[in-house]
Write a protein that binds this ligand. Structure first.
Ligand SMILES: [Zn+2]
Length: 418
């Protein structure tokens, strides 16, 4: 069994549970390794092995088995959505010398008993291991593990992109020595044309309770605080990995063009289908996404009229639904959100806001009125978020409800002639 000495981990990104405020640190000498060319990506076209250090010990207790399960499922999720393949080598026994040799090609997963942040090395490393450290703070959350895997695949935090100041405001004065490096812009980071998405699993969230001393990420433009709720792997995350690893090379130009509606990309595991923004699916990314509640497809395609029509739904379990509201060409769609019913969580962060969850942790209604459908839209977590009506010139307006706890909403819609 190989236990990595902490001194071998020179490029480390620290992360804790994504829905909470985060404190990260990145080695400053290697910050530029950001989806940034061949030298920073892990090898493509080959199976990437990973090795859970202490596998035999871990699987002897329930927490360890949960960790193994979550790690394996995180790799399976990324395998399904990209052209990358991963293989679990944890059960193979290597002579120590051989393991050290091969470990340079492995992603090592190590469990830390210290309740510290989760961490990961960044990108491909020529002379050292890639390591993901998971602790009690984060191994239960599969999204956090995926976040860390994306780091070893070469992806940095979105708020370090050079265009971030167009979208968010960072309170530089509140940054500490520990947090500074996580907010330093990386000017040469490649974005592959993927838009800035505050909803990305790789974006920090603002602190739940703003204080003067907080490292506050405020929003500029149409981004609202709720847009930051990174409670799922987004289309832009999937697209970024696929483009960085040139997964589309497996598909034809015809496939690429066919999927390009709404900025979709071909699914490299089946080029006849596409990866599409959340509310869409199908071979041309124009069908309504068949999102499910209790394994039943829900949502509908609705035609607006000049009279108000009410759409009201209530769910007693987790799931997601998509609606497309259509209006005639040349008209404007008007939407009024009337009511949001959410399930409060009694955590230390939500005590002061029990009826309005920060970052829509338990559910949200999203009206995708952004010009770029890839970016998180206007999200409503609770009635405090309701403002005036929304008027859009989109003739197909996607609406998504996504929830992990009981959730309900009521809205009304109509079209108006400009
Ligand atoms: Zn991170």
């Amino acid at each position: 069994m190989l236990i990595l000495a902490r001194t071998t981990m020179k490029i480390v990104i620290l992360c804790i549970a994504l829905a909470l405020p985060t404190i990260h640190a990145i080695d400053r000498h290697r910050r530029q390794v950001v989806s940034n060319g061949n030298e920073t990506r892990l090898r493509k076209g080959t199976v990437i092995p990973y090795y859970i250090v202490g596998y035999e010990k871990l699987r002897n207790h329930s927490l360890g088995r949960e960790l193994i399960n979550n790690v394996q499922n995180a790799f399976k999720t990324l395998e399904r959505l990209t052209c990358l393949s991963f293989v679990d080598k944890s059960q193979e026994i290597f002579p120590r010398k051989l393991l050290i040799f091969y470990a340079q090609r492995f992603i090592l997963i190590e469990y830390s008993k210290k309740p510290v942040h989760c961490s990961a090395t960044l990108g491909r490393r020529r002379r050292d291991h890639t390591v993901i450290t998971v602790s009690e703070k984060c191994y239960k959350d599969q999204l956090t593990i995926i976040h860390e895997i994306l780091h070893v695949l070469g992806i940095i935090h979105i708020q370090m992109r050079k265009d971030r100041d167009h979208y968010i405001y960072v309170n530089e004065g509140a940054l500490t020595e520990d947090t500074k490096s996580s907010f330093e812009i990386v000017p040469d980071a490649k974005t592959f044309g993927v838009p800035y998405n505050p909803g990305s699993v790789m974006h920090y969230v603002p602190k739940p309770l703003m204080r003067k001393s907080d490292v506050f990420i405020g929003s500029i433009q149409s981004v609202t605080k709720n847009s930051f709720s990174n409670n799922r792997l987004t289309f832009t995350d999937i697209k970024l990995i696929n483009l960085a690893y040139q997964c589309h090379a497996k598909c034809s130009q015809e496939d690429i063009e066919r999927c390009s509606n709404h900025h979709g990309i071909p699914d490299s595991r089946n080029c006849a289908t596409c990866h599409c923004p959340d509310a869409f699916q199908g071979p041309t990314c124009t069908d309504r996404a068949e999102l499910k509640v209790n394994n039943q497809v829900c949502g509908a395609t609705l035609q607006a009229t000049e009279d108000w029509t009410t759409l009201s739904k209530s769910f007693d379990t987790s799931g997601a639904c998509a609606w497309h509201i259509k209006s005639p060409m040349g008209t404007l769609l008007e939407i009024e959100v009337k009511n949001i019913q959410t399930t409060p969580t009694n955590t230390k962060h939500s005590k002061k806001c029990t009826t309005c969850e920060h970052f829509c942790m338990n559910g949200y209604l999203e009206i995708q009125n952004n010009a770029d459908i890839q970016i998180a839209g206007l999200r409503f977590c609770c009635n405090k978020d309701i403002t005036e009506s929304i008027i859009t010139d989109k003739n197909i307006l996607p609406i998504i409800a996504s929830f992990s706890k009981p959730f309900g909403f009521e809205l009304q819609y109509r079209y108006i002639i400009d």
